[in-house]
Design a binder for this molecule. Structure first.
Ligand code: SAH
Ligand code: DHB
Ligand code: MG
Length: 222
């Protein structure tokens, strides 16, 4: 685990971008307030990244989304906003108390019928999803130690043309020298896996902002 540190300037620029381009609203503010109220960690995606998820899902034409790591449903709601009528999100969350907060937030946002929150370790839930329609879009954002496992499951649960986004792939740059941080080593292994897997066409983008120095990877399933 790294301590994410935002340098002076990064967060201010992000606030400007959020105010100018993202146009947050009372609903999203309430989700963020619910995280603080429940004393949950503030590890949701930044609003700029949440809107990016929405835009990517829309660009992709996604109807079915798989999310691993719900927290309070902030990224879930951004993704839900991208989906057409009849769209569906399966979101996996380990902690029942996080899932309960997310359930309330998703209901208040009007997406309860679209979102199925599956409580428990994602590695227990993912095998139960086999045999359903493939997912068009997968967002991986949970325990970093399982990122390679999540990528393997994403490949089983998607189709050619599906999009996979993985959060937190820079981890303050520690991926280059993981030292004794098992998360850093696991994130690095997941990037190596993406780059070496002929079934994936991938890249990654570094980000600097309220969440420190981090980034995300994007891949298309071949
Ligand atoms: N995607 C969310 C943030 C997720 S934070 C957002 O951007 O709004 C990571 C979440 O993954 C936490 O809520 C944590 O409880 C959950 N998590 C950790 N280990 C997990 C596991 N093995 N299976 C499912 N969820 C897990
Ligand atoms: C952590 C997890 C995240 O998914 C994130 O975006 C930032 C931090 C963490 O566990 O520290
Ligand atoms: Mg994250």
């Amino acid at each position: 685990m790294v301590e994410h540190q935002s340098r002076p300037g990064w967060a201010e620029v992000e606030e400007y971008l959020s105010a100018t381009l993202v146009h947050g609203d009372a609903g999203m503010d309430a989700v963020l307030a619910s995280i603080d109220a429940a004393a949950m960690p503030r590890i949701e995606v930044a609003p700029t990244a949440g809107k990016l998820l929405m835009l990517l899902a829309r660009i992709q034409g996604a109807r079915r989304v798989l999310e691993i790591g719900t927290l309070a449903g902030f990224s879930t709601i951004w993704l839900a906003r991208a989906l057409p009528d009849g769209g569906h999100i399966t979101t996996c969350e380990y902690l029942p108390e996080h899932a309960a907060v997310a359930g309330r937030n998703i209901m208040a946002a009007g997406f309860a019928a679209m979102v199925d929150i599956r409580v428990g370790p994602a590695l227990d839930t993912l095998p139960t999803l086999l045999g359903g329609e493939p997912y068009d879009f997968v967002f991986i954002d949970a325990d970093k130690g399982n990122n390679v496992n999540y990528l393997r499951w994403a490949l089983k649960l998607t189709r050619p043309g599906s999009v996979i986004v993985m959060d937190n792939v820079i981890w303050e740059g520690t991926i280059l020298n993981p030292g004794d941080d098992p998360d850093a080593a696991a994130i690095r292994a997941a990037l190596d896996f993406m780059g070496a897997n002929p079934a994936l066409d991938a890249t990654a983008i570094q980000t600097a902002g309220s969440k420190g120095w981090d980034g995300f990877a994007i891949a298309v399933v071949r």
